[in-house]
Design a protein around this ligand. Structure first.
Ligand SMILES: *Cc1c(COP(=O)(O)O)cnc(C)c1O
Length: 220
């Protein structure tokens, strides 16, 4: 099946109000262009160098999302154009995004990445780390960051009950943070959860943003 057919099929099943991020990492610009020609405008990349090359080559109305581990020394290169960073997971990274946002006079939308899965390798704040981060309040001084919600991943498993439980956990953390810190901040509204293998469960559990690679572009 073509990229076009995959996108058409996904558009049928994804509810309005849920944003589909087409995760194009490791795939060539020609495949991104194909998706673009079907109307897709939101693309996710996880490596800065690769993103910079593609951003140069492709139409400038693409909204690029950064979804991978972000090294502080690379923030400067994406700050001028990035639409959303899904992976803010430390105070040091926050301070660098703030600095680079200020340097290019932008307010950069970011999600707090949370770690709730069982794998140890995945990045993100633990729930308690994130609570401490929000409580210390330094984020309030970051006028060049728009705190827009949370991002998380479920454990890579066939156990749907486990995945569902983790998505429920992410949703409850979103509700907790929203009530306690962001009740007056309308932009804090996104729950980025769900990938190719688990996006239907994620939508059922309240996702507002799903990140799909394999089901659109095939295996990497
Ligand atoms: C690669 C990646 C995805 C997409 O994964 P698929 O299983 O191919 O849909 C989503 N989110 C993050 C953070 C990724 O690194």
């Amino acid at each position: 099946m073509s990229i076009q057919a995959h996108i058409a099929e996904l558009q049928e099943i994804i509810p309005t109000g849920v944003t589909m991020v087409a995760v194009s990492k490791f795939h060539p610009s020609s495949m991104i262009q194909e998706a673009y020609d079907c109307g897709q405008r939101v693309f996710g990349e996880s490596r800065v160098q690769e993103l910079l090359v593609k951003q140069q080559e492709l139409p400038n109305d693409i909204q690029w999302h950064f979804i991978g581990t972000l090294q502080r020394n690379k923030v400067k290169q994406i700050a001028p154009f990035i639409s959303l960073i899904h992976s803010l997971d430390s105070e040091r990274l926050m301070l660098e995004i703030e600095k680079q946002g200020a340097a290019c006079s932008r307010v950069i939308p970011c999600l707090l990445q949370l770690h709730v899965a069982q794998e140890e390798t995945k990045s993100g704040f633990t729930p308690d780390e994130c609570r401490a981060f929000l409580e210390n309040g330094r984020w309030r001084e970051c006028n060049h960051i728009q705190f827009s919600g949370i991002m998380g991943m479920a454990t890579y498993t066939n156990d749907d009950a486990q995945i569902r439980k983790e998505f429920q956990h992410l949703k409850s953390l979103f509700e907790e943070f929203k009530a306690k810190y962001f009740a007056d901040i309308a932009a804090f509204k996104e729950i980025s959860m769900g990938m190719s293998g688990d996006f239907s469960l994620a939508i059922e559990e309240g996702s507002t943003m799903i990140r799909l690679g394999t089901v659109i572009f095939g295996e990497r």
